[in-house]
Design a protein around this ligand. Sequence first.
Ligand SMILES: *Cc1c(COP(=O)(O)O)cnc(C)c1O
Length: 428
Amino acid sequence: MTSRNDSLFERAQRSTPGGVNSPVRAFRQVGGTPRFFERAEGPFLWDADGVRYVDYINSWGPAILGHADPTVVKAVQEAASRGLSFGAPTEGEIEMAEALCQLVPSIEQVRLVSSGTEAAMSAIRLARGATGRAKIVKFDGCYHGHADSLLVKAGSGLLTFNNPSSAGVPPEITQHTLVCDYNDCGQLGQAFEKHGKDIACIIVEPVAGNMNLVKPSSEFLSAMQELCAQHGALLIFDEVMSGFRVGLSGAQGLYGVRPDLTVLGKVIGGGLPVAAFGGRKDLMQHLSPLGPVYQAGTLSGNPVAVAAGLATLRAVQAPGFYDRLGAQTSKLAKGLEAAARAAGIEFRADALGGMFGMYFSRELPLRLADVSGSRIDLFKSFFHRMLAAGVYLAPSAYEAGFVSAAHDDAIIELTLQSAKEAFRDLDR
Ligand SMILES: *Cc1c(COP(=O)(O)O)cnc(C)c1O
């Protein structure tokens, strides 16, 4: 019997480059046919052949409540029935902005956009406009969307193709982007020593999720804050992934850091396109129409998308939400480590809030090179065995995993049972 996934993939490749609208979906790193999904509910996805999977991607983070959460779906339906888009302000956008300002204390004002790429790009433009400086610092393996100036040894999709940067980006555009290793205070210090007076900002994933999960050291967090303060540069936390995922106030809440600007996305749209950038009011006032830094969007603050985001932000404020989510995610990570140990496989797993990482290596990674140096061949074998067992993991060793509030004990247990068998049968 031919699989509908196979025939859909063949058909998709005729009208769409590579058959996908975002590269990591194409399964290039792991090989095989990507699954085309028809339906999702709670922790489950159903593909075009009617096969059910336990989902550990959760749309790369947004589905934190589980798929098709009834309160979010209802909010979307009600908003849609009142009109899809006005291109004019709505009360919902105020509620969204107020919620973000209240929940993330470093955000005094915020602007809504439609994608994380847009939000990060706009935050950098704002940092450059407000400081009058050109250079930015980013870290190898961190991903901040696909804006030209950021495609310098950028995150997962690119790494997967072993391509240090994208074609179509003139070197003049990336000449102002300095790239350091994550968690490397020495390199960062050198960058500031050399270019300090020209650096507009550091942009960083305070918990990296686009080179697998990589946590920051406390020295690294301090160094970024101190160097920015010393040299008059701004600190931008890109919390598109970590925001409302590792805790109610993001990574900055967990680590007690107050960045100048914050970039949000993924969870704040609850599955629809909402992203945001915000921070110090004096900085945000540089944006048009008040100031000279231009930024705009036809569908920014779209009422249906904002309704999904607001319903999601309301749900994650339930008492104990992140404690429960964190407990389930830790249970998964610890269980995976135990299963690998039982099979004699060198493997580590780590978790933070509703994010987890899996590494076929002896130690937890501190930087991109640690992930690149892990046994990616074993990851591929593990991925396919899990997929065959109905567990949908990210199709790349350079991605973090996600657990939702719908992943109860029975689901985690089911996954760990499959993992035991997958580790045991791994092609070593
Ligand atoms: C996903 C992601 C982005 C890009 O967001 P899009 O909505 O895909 O454009 C930017 N930064 C980080 C940290 C992300 O995880």
